[in-house]
Design a protein around this ligand. Structure first.
Ligand SMILES: *Cc1c(COP(=O)(O)O)cnc(C)c1O
Length: 824
């Protein structure tokens, strides 16, 4: 037998051994002596030292997979919002204590090195973070999985505030070194675009060929996805675009340097930046290029490199399921058809039968404008062969529908994959629904609304395809890593099995009645708040009182999420105190904390950010409030900040208009960290409330059927303005210029939107929200009872582990099985 990787490199699992490995890495990997090394050098050397502990497991996982040939999940996602890697790697390898001690012996603070890491911000928000949670869970559950996505050179922009307005800065996350990735230029695949198709007859068969007119290289960068203490390391493969020839030497030699690099630039642009949008379609050609680029590269990689040589493709569905995270990778469907038809020479029915067994689709939205469509003109220009295939899929499908509903031509037209208005366009969600084995929504209510509204015709025609998998979050990152104090308290009480079996948090339930446990639980929350207060001071120069209620609303800035409703609550309290209708001393001391990025092109969202900061500037400085009500808005909300904010929160704001938030996952993170939720009956809030109990959840607002009825009859926001003096005063205060140095125009668009256009019924839910906040205040006045509710929130939220989501996907959609990797 040849040497295994272990025998060659065995990294050492002891303090002395670690120190040796670290110093060797610093000197021979980083090329630095201890005395000259910067903190970043030390961080890079540490990352490289820790990753060697994962490498042998990674290689063993790959060998094992080659031996057992178990079915894999390919999770295709345009976004993976991973968060920092080092802490998770230390946790997965159980090295936290060894490394902390070893570094301390060298006079180095581990936390300081950890803070050097730039998080890979390769996602906008919930959708990308979900993908990261899912691959973590699959690794921990020993399920073979490959994540496929794009290695954006610039991730989600870094948000700064200038005079309270959002200013976007590029996120150069790779600039200081990227120790967690492994590039494989030798394994690059070529991806074509444009050109034309050519039909010919070969041996009496009609054969079509696509002749692209330009190509790019897709270079894989591999990332390790470690399971928790189980010896498995799965792979996340992110594609980077490169020119096929680095530049055209003949043009270059002739002196036309700019022409020579132009082709290179065009190619590299494909993976240059993440689109900073998550629920409005971007009619951008580059975005379609990105989608095809990573979908095609991933398919090719799996078929040519992951499958064993000579594999019979007719059995592809026994080895893989391609899960499509929203519509971004849906172009993989016609791509697989093209490969089978044009490259493998299969006939249509054979290719279609297989394709229909290999894909499943997750829908993430309820907003009709967020359902992705690509104009036929663009798709035909960029991917002419794929457009032909989509037409044929549609033709066959509509013929079937026509047979099923011979007298319902309207229905047939409604179900067409090709929309005719306002322009001819391909509806990607319909294509995915027609081609996939399953379509799932991401919370019970969302899946129901998909069936009843968004995809109603399809669910009537093929009800068996529709299913639900409620989202989840990984307890490793969002409890164990983010909240070490709570984790220790839980482990002390019930053992550490909860980290991989979150239902066991139920065992905490009796402790809600234990006064000593509640006292210690409150101590944990207080310590987390202090830690956050320190961070906000250093990171943002924001002063927060650790004694106030920490009321947190963190998520992308979107009208449907209704940050303005939260803001109107604050403005209203301020207004009431100014008028003398409310004594400042009667306000529960609160720090209303926002974290939110607005898509750069989303005017209303950027205005709202300006208004939040303007209100904050005014009320934080006004002595009339006696410091009892403050706004904190740290810039650049990301996973790293979430990990600090959420464990410190008392109150979680989940106040979207009912029927608009597909699931939400922020809501889950807060509940698991012992915050109580004030929320509407929307998304996964519905399930959260059912689990924790009405008495431990502050419900308010219209229900989805009530919303539908109001919208049907015609929503009249002015009636609320006219009949509710509190509301009128708050809106008038904003309109008066009180937060904009007397300038009435600055925030006029927000006020007039709320009064005349708002599709998200902010004014309709205003009074109910204020009333619910009074209930919150009364509850908070009894800290011990609050803690009791908070403990019950933790104990009853184990359902929201992404391990459970994975179990549901496995049972309902994937039908893959665990393949434990033997330990050495
Ligand atoms: C969890 C998470 C989200 C999603 O939050 P929602 O409240 O569900 O919208 C967005 N961004 C980050 C950084 C997250 O960690």
């Amino acid at each position: 037998m040849t040497q295994t990787a272990d025998q060659i490199t065995t990294p050492q699992h002891s303090v002395e051994g670690f120190v040796q490995d670290f110093l060797r890495e610093l000197q021979f990997g980083q090329g630095m002596s201890m005395s000259r090394a910067s903190t970043n050098d030390q961080y890079l050397a540490l990352a490289r030292t820790v990753r060697t502990h994962l490498m042998s497991r990674w290689l063993r996982t790959l060998d094992h997979q080659r031996d057992v040939q178990a079915k894999s999940v390919a999770y295709l996602s345009a976004e993976f919002l991973l968060g920092r890697q080092l802490g998770n790697a230390l946790l997965a390898t159980d090295l936290e204590e060894i490394v902390e001690e070893g570094l301390a012996s060298l006079g180095i603070d581990l936390q300081r090195l950890r803070s050097m890491e730039k998080e890979p911000g390769l996602g906008n928000g919930g959708l990308g973070r979900l993908a990261a949670c899912f691959i973590d869970s699959l690794a921990t559950m020993n399920i073979p999985c490959i994540g496929y996505g794009i290695r954006y050179e610039y991730g989600i922009f870094r948000q700064t505030f200038v005079d309270g307005w959002q200013v976007e800065k590029p996120d150069a996350w790779l600039a200081q070194g990227s120790p967690w990735e492994f590039p494989h230029p030798e394994a690059a695949v070529t991806i074509g675009f444009g050109g034309r198709t050519e039909a010919s007859t070969v041996d009496g068969r009609l054969v079509t060929r696509w002749i692209p007119d330009w190509q790019v290289q897709a270079v894989p960068y591999n990332y390790m996805v470690p399971g928790y203490h189980n010896g498995r390391v799965n792979t996340l493969r992110l594609w980077s675009a490169a020119a096929t020839e680095s530049f055209d030497l003949s043009i270059f030699n002739a002196g036309d340097y700019s022409a020579a690099v132009r082709a290179q630039t065009a190619a590299e642009n494909i993976s240059k930046v993440l689109y900073p949008e998550d629920s409005t379609p971007q009619g951008k050609e580059l975005r379609l290029q990105q989608q095809y680029f990573f979908a095609a590269a991933s398919l090719k990689d799996f078929l040519d490199n992951v499958l064993p040589e000579g594999f019979d493709l007719h059995r592809l569905d026994e080895r893989i399921v391609f899960q499509l995270n929203d519509t971004h990778p849906v172009i993989a469907i016609p791509e697989l058809m093209r490969i089978l038809l044009d490259e493998k020479g299969w006939d249509w029915d054979e290719a279609w039968a297989l394709t229909q067994r290999c894909f499943a689709y997750t829908c993430h939205t309820l907003l009709p404008e967020a359902l992705e469509v690509w104009s036929v003109e663009l798709l035909g220009r960029l991917l002419p062969r794929h457009l032909e295939i989509i037409y044929r899929i549609n033709e066959d499908f509509l013929a079937e529908v026509h047979t099923a509903y011979p007298d319902d031509e309207l229905r047939v037209r409604r179900m067409s994959i090709i929309a005719e208005h306002p322009e001819r366009a391909v509806r990607m969600a319909y294509l995915a629904t027609v081609a996939g084995t399953k379509v799932n929504g991401v919370a019970e209510l969302h899946s129901q609304l998909l069936r009843d509204k968004v995809l109603q015709d399809f669910s009537e025609y093929m009800p068996e395809k529709f299913t639900n998998v409620t989202n989840g979050v990984t307890p490793r990152r969002f409890v164990r890593l983010a909240n070490p104090r709570l984790s220790s308290l839980i482990t002390e009480a019930i053992g550490d099995g909860w980290v991989t079996d979150l239902d066991r948090l139920r065992e905490l339930e009796p402790l809600a009645e234990d006064a000593e446990f509640r006292r210690r639980f409150r101590e944990v929350k207080a310590a987390n708040k202090t830690r956050l207060v320190d961070l906000l001071k250093v990171r943002d120069g924001i002063e927060v009182s650790p004694d106030s209620m920490l009321d947190v609303m963190v998520k992308r800035l979107h009208e449907y999420k209704r940050q303005t409703l939260k803001l109107l609550h604050v403005v209203s309290l301020y207004d009431q105190v100014r008028r003398g209708d409310l004594a400042a001393s009667d306000i529960t001391p609160r720090t209303v904390t926002f974290g939110a990025k607005a898509a750069p092109g989303y005017k209303m969202a950027k205005q709202t950010i300006g208004l939040i900061n303007a209100v904050g500037r005014t009320i934080n400085a006004d002595p009339v409030l006696e410091g009892r009500l403050r706004i904190a808005f740290p810039a650049n909300y990301n996973v790293t900040l979430a990990e600090r904010l959420i464990p410190a929160a008392d109150l979680s704001e989940q106040i979207s208009l009912a029927g608009k938030e597909a699931s939400g996952t922020g809501n889950m993170k807060f509940a698991l960290n012992g915050a109580l939720t004030i929320g509407t009956d929307d998304g996964a809030n519905v399930e959260l409330r059912q689990l924790v109990g009405d008495e431990n959840f502050f419900l308010f607002g219209l229900t989805e059927p009530e919303v539908a009825e109001i919208v049907e009859k015609g929503y009249r926001p002015t009636s609320f303005y006219e009949s509710n003096a509190t509301l009128r005063h708050a809106l008038d205060l904003i309109a008066s210029g009180a937060f904009s140095d007397g300038d009435r125009r600055t925030f006029e668009p927000i006020v007039s939107n709320l009064l005349y256009e708002d599709r998200f019924l902010v004014l309709a839910d205003f009074q109910a929200y204020l009333d619910a906040q009074l209930v919150v205040e009364r509850a908070y006045a009894d800290p011990d009872a609050w803690a009791r509710s908070a403990v019950l929130n933790v104990a009853r939220s184990g359902f929201f582990s992404s391990d459970r989501s994975m179990r549901d996907y496995l049972d309902r959609i994937w039908h893959a099985e665990a393949a434990p990797v033997p330990t050495a």
